[in-house]
Structures are given as structure tokens and as C-alpha cells.
Ligand binder design. Structure first.
Ligand code: I3P
Length: 126
């Protein structure tokens, strides 16, 4: 049966394209592999879509799921030392997943950093 999610979970706070590299999964280091991702921030989570927004929307109808990141208890920090690229920050989840996000455009990455930090700060830590 269908479960109706609480309204706040449906509320998209920000969405757009960034460069993304997942560098750890459950605490286990992964080989860094940057790719463009369509990123959707809502109050409790971030979803990473491998495809364009257009492609992602049509995939949803077929039950295709994005990678979902729980922001409860997550950490966000600038990560200058983790990349040769400029404007890189890292999100670390309670489950030990680590993501780098990057944009060459200063205001875009700053907007994302603050939006995600605000979302994390509003959530309970556990
Ligand atoms: C990696 C690739 C990444 C680079 C990373 C390299 O090589 O060039 O773009 O990260 O550097 O190891 P490969 O494709 O062979 O895995 P940055 O672009 O973020 O610098 P790193 O090992 O210093 O993280």
C-alpha cells in the first residue's frame, strides 16, 4: 500500500547541478570519481541523481531510485586538502558515507554550503 510521506519531506529547499564524488561508503574508502549530479535538498535529506533532472523525472515513473543521504547527525566542512579542485566541501553521514561536492562558480558553491549547513543545524543530531 502507498505510504504518504510527511509534507516536510516533500518540500524541496534547493536543487541544481554540482560536481559530486563519493569517497567513502560505510567508512570504506572509495576511488574518487567526479561526475555531474542533479542534487535535490529537502529538510532531512539530499538526493543525488546520476542523470539530468529531465531524465531523473522520467526514471521515477519506473521506480528508479536516486542515492539518498540522511542529513540527521551529518557533518559538513570545507575540504581544500581533499582535492586539487577549488570550492570543494565534504558531507559525512552518520553511516560513514563521504561525499565531495564542487562547483567552479563561487556563489553557487557558497549557496549550497549554507543551505545544507542550515538543514543539518535544524535537525536533531540523532
Ligand atoms: C583521480 C582523478 C581525480 C583526482 C584524484 C585522482 O585519478 O584524477 O580527478 O581528484 O586525485 O586520484 P583516477 O581517475 O586515476 O582515479 P581531484 O580532481 O579532486 O584532484 P586524488 O587522488 O588526489 O584525490
Amino acid at each position: 500500500k502507498d505510504v504518504i510521506p510527511p509534507l516536510e519531506q516533500l518540500m524541496v529547499e534547493k536543487e541544481g547541478y554540482l560536481q559530486k564524488a563519493k569517497i567513502a561508503d560505510g567508512g570504506k574508502k572509495l576511488r574518487k570519481n567526479w561526475s555531474t549530479s542533479w542534487i535535490v535538498l529537502s529538510s532531512r535529506k539530499i538526493e543525488f541523481y546520476k542523470e539530468s533532472k529531465q531524465q531523473a523525472l522520467s526514471n521515477m515513473k519506473t521506480g528508479h531510485k536516486p542515492e539518498s543521504v540522511d542529513l540527521c547527525g551529518a557533518h559538513i566542512e570545507w575540504a581544500k586538502e581533499k582535492s586539487s579542485r577549488k570550492n570543494v566541501f565534504q558531507i559525512t553521514t552518520v553511516s560513514g558515507n563521504e561525499f565531495l561536492l564542487q562547483s567552479d562558480i563561487d556563489f553557487i558553491i557558497l549557496d549550497w554550503f549554507h543551505a545544507i549547513k542550515n538543514a543539518i543545524d535544524r535537525l536533531p543530531k540523532d
